[in-house]
Design a protein around this ligand. Structure first.
Ligand code: CTP
Length: 409
């Protein structure tokens, strides 16, 4: 998610959701960020510094006078960090920060901080909607502080409404969005993901093993980098990435309509979806009954969406120089098959996957890809997380786009 090596301070204040901060810290550390934690005295009632120390391997600051040596951590931490994220942020903390009150380590650090600041409010709905809290949040937003809207649902106080701390995964995504370079700002990118399903009758369909992970990783990374992303997705079980417009489709024909509709107003198409090449010739309105013998299902060919937009791109007259990226899922002759798809579908680049491997292709967290380019050459990165592969694909696709348009790197 682009957090590797980033320095992040997590500020924990005194609310019940402080327990979720431990998971947040764990996820940030897993993303290879350098994480330090500062707590208010009230937060100590809800979570223990030992937990955070174990997760980060760093000293946790909560007592300015008892713990600080000559290192001036209350000045340095917020200046050395790329981002300070306060999760959960109580109404009291927000009020103090908005008004410049600095009466403990965390609030003092905030006043001296030069890092970007993200606040994740979590509190009872009435407290959240109180005019004082709202105007304090307005003050902070006007100062350029990022505020993550709290979720709705059951609250610890027994009521239900707005005020829940978003899930740690969602906060990490927001953090990554705030920190990311915005090199794709102004671009419109279409990503397709997941399988298609081709119905036989009301209860049966034909599909494939794609889970959508690679396509969702690309869509999320492109959105973090500032692009306006439309994700045209077959059925998946993945949460939609932050800031991405999702268009849900089921069959290859539905996917085709959505892609064609969006194509004229885009700069890049990345087709990670595993599109069914065939569909049953007829959809049976009623459930098919078992007969005495075997069944032969007649299938007809689906349109090749990528080949179709490949020829549209070739004929483009608006000078947008769209970049087309395809995927090739192969079990054998990876390079030859991928090269032939690259040429026959009119692509700028193809990402080839050996789907017979256990650590690459469908339903894995990692991917081992080979990238082939229209202009020649193959790039063979090592086994990586799908998020890192996504970033790399976007880097290469953007470099191709800039080259086509004659822009400097
Ligand atoms: N694709 C598409 N429409 C189809 C089939 C595939 O747009 N009807 C796209 C996929 O999204 C992918 C690329 O074409 O980006 C290659 O898909 P793949 O399934 O690997 O190859 P096919 O062209 O279907 O060829 P084969 O199944 O014979 O390997």
């Amino acid at each position: 998610m682009g957090l590797r090596g980033k320095s992040i301070v997590v500020g924990v204040t005194g609310g019940i959701a402080a327990y979720k901060a431990a998971e947040l810290v764990r996820l940030l550390v897993r993303q290879e960020a350098f994480v330090r934690v500062a707590m208010t005295a009230n937060a100590l009632h809800f979570a223990g510094p030992v937990t955070f120390e174990a997760l980060t391997g760093q000293k946790v600051m909560y007592d300015m006078y008892g713990q600080e040596g000559t290192a001036m951590e209350h000045i340095r931490w917020g200046q050395e960090a790329d981002l300070v994220v306060i999760a959960p942020a109580t109404a009291n903390f927000i009020a103090k920060y908005a008004n410049g009150i600095a009466d403990d380590f965390l609030t003092t650090m905030m006043l001296a901080a030069s890092a970007r600041i993200l606040i994740c409010p979590a509190m009872n709905t009435k407290m959240l909607l109180h005019p004082a809290t709202r105007s304090n949040m307005d003050i902070l937003a006007k100062r350029g502080v990022y505020i993550m809207a709290p979720g709705e649902g059951e609250l610890a106080c027994g009521t239900s409404g707005a005020g829940r701390l978003p899930e740690p995964e969602e906060i990490v995504e927001f953090v990554a969005t705030v920190i990311s370079k915005k090199d794709l700002e102004g671009l419109k990118i279409i990503v397709t993901a997941g399988p298609t399903i081709e119905p036989i009758d009301p209860v049966r369909f034909i599909t494939n093993r794609s889970t959508g992970k690679m396509g969702y990783a690309i869509a999320g990374a492109a959105a973090r980098r500032g692009a306006a992303v439309t994700l045209i997705s077959g059925p998946t079980n993945i949460r939609s990435p932050l800031g991405v417009e999702i268009r849900s489709v089921r069959s290859a024909l539905e996917m085709r309509s959505a892609v064609i509709e969006c194509f004229s107003d885009c700069d890049m198409v990345i087709k990670a979806a595993a599109v069914s090449d065939y569909r049953p010739a007829r959809f049976l309105e009623e459930k098919m009954k078992k007969g005495p013998g075997d069944l032969v299902l007649e299938m007809v060919k689906n349109p090749d969406i990528l080949a179709e937009i490949g020829s549209l791109a070739e004929r483009e007259t608006d000078g947008r120089k769209r970049v087309l990226v395809g995927f090739a899922a192969e079990t054998h002759d990876l390079i030859e098959n991928a090269r032939s798809k690259l040429n026959s579908k009119g692509l700028d680049m193809i990402v080839a996957n050996d789907v017979s491997r256990k650590d690459a292709g469908f339903a894995t967290e990692t991917n081992l890809v080979k990238m082939l380019f229209r202009e020649g050459g193959i790039e063979e990165p090592p086994l990586m997380s799908k998020t890192d592969v996504a970033e790399l694909i976007l880097d290469r696709a953007e470099a191709i786009r800039r080259k086509k348009l004659g822009l400097s790197r």
